[in-house]
Ligand binder design. Structure first.
Ligand code: SF4
Ligand code: SF4
Length: 137
């Protein structure tokens, strides 16, 4: 029998719904993210933190705009910092946590319509782990 799930595209196709850019507290930014985004938007790194981040116990997260979406979300363009968006946004949904806890995939899929639910665990872990290895993070 041919395996139904072989590649990342078999288990995830972004619908561009923008749902993952909605709400507060989800998008953590690393020091590398901050440096890349600051350069891209031509802001001083301190200014970037002051204007675009909120501090949480686990580190800085991107702040919300008046529409309660990520401050960098735009209805027409979607992500206005797409080429330098945070590592977390670039990695989604192929996260290390899925390799160690594949059950997380179902919870994530309930909020992200691009993710295929109920992928057999063995296929899921293999595809995600391979993709992370190829991508390098
Ligand atoms: S929630 Fe999922 S499908 Fe929607 S934009 Fe985000 S990654 Fe794409
Ligand atoms: S940085 Fe871009 S992709 Fe990430 S949450 Fe904000 S608008 Fe969405």
């Amino acid at each position: 029998m041919t395996c139904k799930y072989r590649t990342p595209d078999d288990i995830f196709q972004c619908t561009m719904c923008g749902q993952c850019c909605n709400g507060f507290g989800g998008t953590y930014v690393t020091p590398e993210d901050m440096a890349r985004i600051s350069t891209y938007i031509q802001a001083d790194p301190d200014e970037f933190i002051r204007r675009f981040c909120d501090m949480t116990g686990a580190g800085p997260v991107l702040t919300q705009g008046p529409d309660e979406r990520c401050i960098f979300f735009d209805k027409e363009m979607q992500c206005t910092i797409h080429p330098v968006k945070p590592r977390m946004c670039r990695a989604w949904p192929f996260l290390k946590t899925v390799v160690t806890h594949p059950e997380n995939w179902e919870a994530m899929a309930s909020a992200c319509p691009g993710m295929v639910p109920s992928v057999p665990r063995e296929d899921l872990v293999r595809i995600v782990a391979d993709h992370i290895r190829e991508r390098g993070f």
